[in-house]
Structure formats: C-alpha cells, structure tokens
Design a binder for this molecule. Structure first.
Ligand code: SF4
Length: 63
C-alpha cells in the first residue's frame, strides 16, 4: 500500500451548493449537484462501486 507524502500539496477545491437532503436524495449520482466534473449521465445513473485496484474502490463514472 502506498505511503502518503506529507510534503505533497494539492490545490483545494471549494464545493459550491448545499449538501443534499438525506431523505430526498437526488437521482443518479448523489453528488452530481455539487460535482465540478459532473456529466449529463451523472444525473440519471448511479455509478455504483467499481474496483480500481485491490482495496481501492470508487463510485464515480469518471474514474
Ligand atoms: S459520477 Fe463522478 S463525475 Fe459524475 S457526479 Fe458523481 S462524482 Fe461527479
């Protein structure tokens, strides 16, 4: 498993909008209203979990 580099600095992304209401979640990817890279299909299709590599999963169409 890779070890994090404490000197690595990444550009911070400030998300816009509000977190969704948990009792009325948006359709498709639940993150799509705030996602900076959302695509049209994100509004309709839940990406589900996909294995990227051992012990690394992602729920995103764009990964
Ligand atoms: S599936 Fe990925 S790209 Fe699409 S809205 Fe969700 S997090 Fe963003």
């Amino acid at each position: 498993m890779p070890v994090p580099n404490p000197r690595l600095r990444r550009e911070r992304i400030i998300l816009q909008g509000e977190t969704p209401n948990p009792i009325n979640l948006p359709p498709g990817c639940r993150f799509h209203p705030r996602c900076p890279i959302a695509q049209p299909h994100c509004q309709q299709t839940d990406p589900g979990w996909r294995k990227i590599e051992p012990l690394h999963f992602a729920a995103c169409h764009e990964v």
